[in-house]
Design a protein around this ligand. Structure first.
Ligand code: GDP
Ligand code: GDP
Length: 463
């Protein structure tokens, strides 16, 4: 069962560019009839293990100005009727225009499932536009660069739960569903210190680690305890193997890089393959479980994948496996913690859980840690609280004054979640030393209880 995605938005924002990227070279021009659909292009899209139909509503370039708006409205409404999900695209460099607002109005009224994308998102020139996009009231924008292929992982992250929902609908064959489609859990805003398993959407987890760390054993152990919802899914080729399951009542989609490797059966390429599989899995996960072998922890390959997960902005949980055969558990744990701090300072505060995939011991704690990491990764700190906090931080430790001119930090807001990203408006952002940024990031982590998630901090100029 797949779904239909319509890409809508005003001309020139990059709809066709994204369409082409999703469909690849071979375009299927399926509808050549006169009328409105003449402007609609349809193709079969692939995004990792997702297969869906995509409709492009571009093709209005030669419309005259006065008819443009009307045609665009009709075309959009038509596309919305045909599609299960609408991807509404704006140009992040241009910011939100009145025409964009018109589209947003239509979509708010007509479509239940809207995914908002701020395209041309590469580079700092897009920062302001991405933030403006929040004002459209369509949830968190995905920062995309259709041209450079950036942000597709975030697109996938937003589409996956919706895709799951359509699958579930097809299976149940009922129009009713209690899957929560509300991407933003804004109503939980004030609860930012409480871990909440927020929705019924499957939480996307990748289990990565060196060959023989115990990935397959771990996943089998989880599966052995739980009901498998859908098996290794049909139609999935080498991109990823994901398993839908419930783990202690929590729906999850687990990317099984080991299974993929075993399926490929290319023993001599084993090492290489498992690295690239790991990379792919990291891109599509919300939480990455780095599984270490207690006997040989923190090998080069483990460090590389953990670092990648951080750079990709994923929440990370480190699990040390084969704890059952560890004899001197206390000393070992102390060593592990020390190595962790030293070798992976960028993952400060991330949980380290000891498990035995073989016996199942510690898996409940692992599951808790995954949920908590996911919660922190999704956390939104209210703007008022942030600014109160900022005042305190500035008083405690004023920003530096290069060449006698004090850098002024005026205002702060959380521009995104997954992972949390903050923007500070300030004078002379280019003069701000890294150490002061670190002071703020570490403060945020501590004061708002956000351990183990990457935190992004952007400074923007405002005098
Ligand atoms: P459409 O009218 O919405 O279908 O827009 P197009 O896909 O035709 O793109 C309009 C223009 O924007 C083209 O020149 C594209 O090359 C350019 N464009 C599309 N995506 C991006 C992007 O991510 N970054 C930048 N800088 N340009 C883009
Ligand atoms: P993968 O390559 O990461 O998928 O690793 P496997 O799951 O195939 O496990 C590699 C080997 O480690 C197998 O012989 C497993 O039986 C063993 N193993 C996995 N987990 C544990 C564990 O928790 N304790 C012990 N003692 N052995 C384990």
């Amino acid at each position: 069962m797949s779904f239909t995605l319509a890409i809508v938005g005003r001309p020139n924002v990059g709809k066709s560019t994204l369409f082409n990227r999703l469909v690849g070279k071979k375009l299927a021009l399926v509808d050549d009839q006169p009328g409105v659909t003449r402007d609609l292009r349809e193709g079969e899209a692939r995004l990792a293990d997702l297969r869906f139909t995509v409709i492009d509503t571009a093709g209005l370039e030669d419309a005259t100005d006065d008819s443009l708006q009307g045609r665009m409205r009709r075309l959009t409404e038509r596309a919305v009727e045909m599609a299960d999900i609408c991807l509404f695209m704006i140009d992040a460099r241009a910011g939100v225009t009145p025409l964009d607002e018109m589209f947003a109005d239509i979509l708010r009224k007509k479509s239940a499932n809207v995914v908002l994308a701020a395209n041309k998102g590469e580079g700092a020139a897009a920062d302001a536009g991405v933030i403006e996009a929040y004002n459209l009231g369509l949830g968190e924008p995905i920062r995309l660069s259709a041209e450079h292929g950036e942000g597709l992982n975030d697109l996938y992250t937003q589409l996956m739960p919706l895709a799951d929902q359509f699958e579930a609908q097809a299976v149940q064959d009922t129009p009713e569903t209690d899957v929560d489609l509300d991407e933003d859990d804004d109503d939980d805003e004030e609860n930012y210190t409480v871990p909440v398993p927020t929705t019924a959407k499957p939480l996307q987890v990748a289990v990565v680690g060196r060959p023989n760390a115990g990935k397959s054993t771990l996943i089998n152990q989880i599966l052995g305890e739980e009901r498998l919802l859908t098996g290794p899914e049909a139609g999935i080729t080498r991109d990823a193997i994901s398993l839908r399951m419930e783990w202690d009542g929590v729906p999850m989609r687990i990317f099984d890089t080991a299974g993929m490797r075993k399926k490929a059966k290319v023993q001599e390429k084993l090492e290489k393959l498992s690295v690239s599989d790991g990379l792919r899995a990291v891109k599509f996960a919300e939480v990455v479980v780095v599984l270490l072998d207690a006997d040989i922890p923190f090998e080069q390959q483990d460090l590389r994948i953990a670092d990648l997960a951080e750079r990709e902005g994923r929440a990370v949980v480190v699990a040390v496996n084969k704890w059952d055969i560890e004899e001197n558990k206390q000393d070992k744990l102390r060593d592990l913690k020390e190595s962790f701090t030293r070798l992976l300072p960028q993952l400060r505060g991330a949980p380290l859980i000891t498990v035995s995939a073989k016996t199942g011991r510690g898996l409940d704690r692992l599951q808790q840690a995954i949920m908590r990491a996911h919660d922190v990764w999704n956390r939104r700190v209210p703007t008022a609280a942030l600014n109160r906090w900022l005042i305190g931080m500035l008083e405690q430790h004023p920003p530096p004054a290069p060449q006698g001119k004090r850098i002024k930090l005026r205002y702060m807001t959380q521009a995104k979640t997954r992972p949390p990203g903050f923007v500070v408006m300030c004078s002379h952002p280019d003069k701000m030393p890294e150490s002061y940024k670190r002071y703020l990031v570490n403060g945020l982590r501590q004061d708002f209880d956000m351990p183990g998630t990457p935190i992004r901090l952007t400074l923007r100029s405002q005098n």
